[in-house]
Design a protein around this ligand. Sequence first.
Ligand SMILES: Nc1ncnc2c1ncn2[C@@H]1O[C@H](COP(=O)(O)OP(=O)(O)OP(=O)(O)O)[C@@H](O)[C@H]1O
Length: 253
Amino acid sequence: MSARSVTVALDDRTVLRGADLDVGAGEWVTIIGPNGAGKSTLLRAVGGLLPFTGSIELFGTPITGLRRRERARLVATVPQQPTVPPGIAVLDYVLLGRTPYIPTLGRESRSDLEVVHGVLERLDLTGFAPRPLERLSGGERQRVFLARALAQGATLLLLDEPTAALDIGHQQEVLELVDELRRDRGLTVLTTMHDLSVAGEYADRLVLLAGGRIAAAGKPAEVLTEENLATHYGARVRVIPGEHGPLVVPVRS
Ligand SMILES: Nc1ncnc2c1ncn2[C@@H]1O[C@H](COP(=O)(O)OP(=O)(O)OP(=O)(O)O)[C@@H](O)[C@H]1O
């Protein structure tokens, strides 16, 4: 996907200004930045969920020219707090991911159900299928949200803080799974993330947003510098070289 000069105003306030972003097919790019920087806003604009000025293309097609169903087959979004229909079971929630493939007033096909069961199995959620989604723990729910996005079969996956509710083990499990799917199925991944070490370990490139503008972009080692993190987060950190990317350690003054 590519975005050029994307600007978003919410309630008459410009919260994203002139953002340029390219994510190549099969690439993983993570947007980092302090609270309120505009990370979710940029992700939502790319997902076609917000009005914007500028241009956004998904695999060569302007997003504004795509119908909802067409767009949903190309891009799947997991928001920070997805809406959960009251009382819905896990299986039915994940099945909602197949909506772009089900004819209006039609029913899901056998292949839709096969996709859903495959995804549930892959995410170790088969045992949860009949349970009400609302009664799952925060981390279990997070995996179900990801399952719905994967069931959608889109090529571009947009994940807003995908590991926020997860313990360290499930965090790794989910990110490894996303990376595996990226390699196996050629998925393109755009995420937001607060954990900078984890962000740097998984992404090919990082984009640092601050005050609605892109302040830095490049390989994790180019973006995760002590200077950048002091300037844009007001944070005192040490950056230590790690096996898969720089490790960012907060230090007291
Ligand atoms: N619906 C809205 N109306 C008005 N302002 C909004 C709206 N949604 C978000 N904003 C504002 O836009 C700015 C960017 O918000 P956004 O959610 O994109 O930030 P973020 O970088 O994802 O933050 P966080 O790390 O806290 O999740 C913030 O100042 C926020 O208050």
